[in-house]
Structures are given as C-alpha cells and as structure tokens.
Design a protein around this ligand. Structure first.
Ligand code: SF4
Ligand code: SF4
Length: 126
C-alpha cells in the first residue's frame, strides 16, 4: 500500500474539496496510474508565497506519505475543451516548489492528480 500526500493551493481551497483528486487516487487513474495500491495519508493547503510547503510535506512524510502529488489545477485550467495547461494554473512557480519539496523530503514528487490535460504525462521528481 502506497501512502500518498496531496498538496493543494489556497486559491482553490474553498472551491474544490479534492473530489477528483481523491477519486483518482482511490481508483489509481490519471496522475495515480502505476501504483499497485494507494491510500490517502493526508493533504495540506499551500499558502502564498509557499514558504511553508516543505514543512507541510515533511509532516506528510512523518505521517506515512511515500509520495507527494501536487494538484492538477496548480498548473492547468479548465476550458471549453477540457483541462489545458497552455495558460498555466493557480501557481506560477510550481516546479520550483516541487523541486524544493523533493530535495528536502527525498520523496518522489508528482506534478498532477486528476483530469490530466490531454497528452500530458505526469512529471515525476525521484
Ligand atoms: S485538481 Fe481538480 S479535483 Fe483536485 S483540487 Fe484541483 S480542481 Fe479539485
Ligand atoms: S505558492 Fe503556489 S501553490 Fe502555494 S498558495 Fe501560492 S499559488 Fe498556490
């Protein structure tokens, strides 16, 4: 069983209760393809400018997370033709944040959770 931690963005915290993220994690779809089994360890909400996100990820690790996933809405937007990453998402420095989290926790970090944009293969820091 792989324990998964999820980091979401404060800009979306009152709009989406992670419905798609949790469904995909449970069903091992979209950003969670490839795990033999998954369970949610927990999730945290990043707050701008993201200074605390490494500490949040370390707490997730201490609670059993073996990988950290960053929500798709951090780098993609929903448009007329589905989710698209051309204009980015809520966070314009996501890859810097992911790199820092990976370096500090040594956990695999994955850019993506649910409703992946067409043709996008989740980037993994490992
Ligand atoms: S990726 Fe989708 S389901 Fe997950 S928090 Fe963002 S909008 Fe909600
Ligand atoms: S740093 Fe990025 S992910 Fe964190 S709250 Fe700000 S926009 Fe959202």
């Amino acid at each position: 069983m792989s324990g998964i931690g999820i980091i979401r963005c404060e800009k979306n915290m009152n709009r989406c209760p992670l419905t798609g993220c949790l469904r995909c994690l449970t069903e091992r779809k979209e950003g969670f393809v490839g795990y033999e089994d998954t369970e949610i360890t927990g999730f945290f909400t990043c707050q701008c400018p993201g200074d605390d996100v490494v500490n949040l990820a370390k707490i997730l690790k201490s609670k059993g997370a073996e990988a950290i996933h960053f929500c798709t809405c951090l780098f993609a937007k929903k448009g007329e033709n589905g989710w698209d990453m051309a204009e980015g998402g809520f966070c314009d420095k996501l890859e810097t944040i992911i790199e820092k989290v990976h370096q500090e926790t040594q956990l695999p970090c994955v850019k993506g959770t649910a409703h992946l944009p067409k043709g996008y293969e989740p980037l993994v820091w490992k």
